[in-house]
Design a protein around this ligand. Sequence first.
Ligand code: BES
Ligand code: MN
Ligand code: ZN
Length: 489
Amino acid sequence: MLDVTISHSTLPSSGALVLPVEEGRTAEAAGWAGLDAATGGAVSRALEAAEFKGRKGQTVTILAPGAGLSRVVAVGLGKPGEVTPLIAEEAGGHAIAALLREPAVALATLPLGPMLAAHMAMGAVLRGYRFDRYRTTEKPDEKPRLATLNLLAEDAGAAEAAWAVLKPVAHGVCLARDLVSEPPNVLTPAEMAQRCEGLTALGLKVEVIGPARMAELGFGAFLGVAQGSVNEPRMVVMRWDGAGGAGKPIAFIGKGVTFDTGGISIKPAAGMEDMKWDMAGAGAVIGLMAALAGRRARADVVGLVGLVENMPSGSAQRPGDVVKTYSGQTVEVINTDAEGRLVLADVLWYCQQQFDPRFMVDLATLTGAMIISLGHEMGGFFSNDDELARRLYASGEASGEKLWRLPLGEAYDKQIKSDIADMKNVGGRPGGAITAAQFIQRFVNGKPWAHLDIAGMAWATKDAATTPKGATAYGVRMLDRLVADHYEG
Ligand code: BES
Ligand code: MN
Ligand code: ZN
């Protein structure tokens, strides 16, 4: 993750400068810290010539304006006084996108206060994210060089304090993106569990449960998915006791299918490589737990991830198999590609049994049907609790990781009736995301719960303001917001 330094506002004498500008205040911005004076009016003239008005998302790059600067990027903030944390983040993201080839970038933050300044740094850091681990031969002229980001703040102390809270969240996002980006031969369930264990350094308690213990517990659905792979499954339980650990925790649960071939109901070859990111729900939960621990959130939180590989083999489960879930309910596995709900069934039941949480929120790249419903603009969610639903929706809006609620309802249950077991694991094409949610609901034991189907949001094929294409870490910022706004103190 890009390192951010913070210093008092003065005009830098080299490198690149980001100049945030409120709508209609271009002259003031160009005059910032004597910038126009030092460049002989070059910045004002360039902004004028480019018809730059400071509208939200508008950017102009001014090359070599003088005063030793390599470039100035002016970025619009929109209407004065209406700048939100999200707008500041997006401005930081837009600006840095133009500056990835610069080694040193300074971010002016006037007219923003320390909090919004820190959000702008966050946006810049998140847009500057890259997953570079496996490149050895990239042409040097294609490689971003951005190495240092210096935040110039009026009140550097206050900006430091604000950044200290956001930095762990940015770190959690980058961690989740790393996990989701890793290839499936590297990121097996065991490897992913090991990376969770590394988070004890942040003060998280981490427990790893393997297949032997799962068998003792009776995780028949989870183990049914696992049985076709030579890579053993894991369930990881992470705890952050930021409020003392005495009360009921809140709980986040992630689907962590490290690769989903579909199993015996195998997927077509084209695009199957995408199924390395079928663990993005788990990645988001892990990133979230790292964020909460990193910023010492005053809340008791548990995060559980079900890590498994869905493979076809001589030992794989068959369409038609009946498995007994940890809850005792039986499932006829009609389609081995509907594996996520089987994993979540056992992890959710375990979570409510073990922790009696205030609520459970699960995240899963669960259905192609959700992508058909909402595309790649919002995640879909389902909940049996209106207050939790309202809070989630608001957190989505505030963080920019948007959500839209879809219905649950008994009427959908007839689609998952089985002839020989308590239910089957698929409900046909109509309402495919809903019948999946309806299935999962049978394993929450009446606890307040929400299910986030993030299939359309985990991976981006084009750049967005604070998310370069690739793994998005969708959910980390939203759920950090949820915790911060409602469950601390
Ligand atoms: N991981 C997939 C869902 C998915 C598909 C996520 C495409 C992202 C992109 C899930 O395990 C799956 O295969 N779901 C099936 C369910 C069906 C068999 C009822 C689907 O959506 O096709
Ligand atoms: Mn599948
Ligand atoms: Zn899957």
